[in-house]
Ligand binder design. Sequence first.
Ligand code: ADP
Length: 152
Amino acid sequence: MEKIALFPGSFDPITKGHYEIVLKGLELFDKIIIGVGVNSSKKTLYSVEQRIAMIQQVFSQYPQISVVPYEGLTVAFCKSVNAGFILRGLRSGLDFEYEQSIAFANKELDPDIETIFLLSSPSYSNISSTIVRDIIANKGDYTKFIPKGLTL
Ligand code: ADP
């Protein structure tokens, strides 16, 4: 059976940290679906359409990767796209605390879906979309923090 993972997130915008997790994930899964969260109560810098276009640009060479918007329960979305796994990245113990409670809740909601965590490299573990947005707002050089070749 094909191993399909959903990598859910806001990706506002996608960073080198996200990029690395997806590439590592490709060694484990046949397909990765990047689920771009549509959350009407969360104010984002980039629209869902912009975030999807950026991620598609970054992974255009990878037919195993698809990018889709999603809203609602993550486990319900997994079922609808046949994903048996949720992929998440961990930068620190702080991420772990937060991610563990989400993973436990998802396990209660659907025991068939397994959350898989991959650790980010030390050099990427301080990168977040929040920091990138801050650098953009202050007109700094954000290109170091986003995947090579991506234009925002
Ligand atoms: P969310 O709003 O769901 O936290 P994000 O877009 O911030 O969405 O993150 C999506 C996933 O990517 C999460 O699992 C998060 O821990 C992970 N992630 C974010 N930044 C990094 C990074 N620098 N290195 C590794 N994983 C990361």
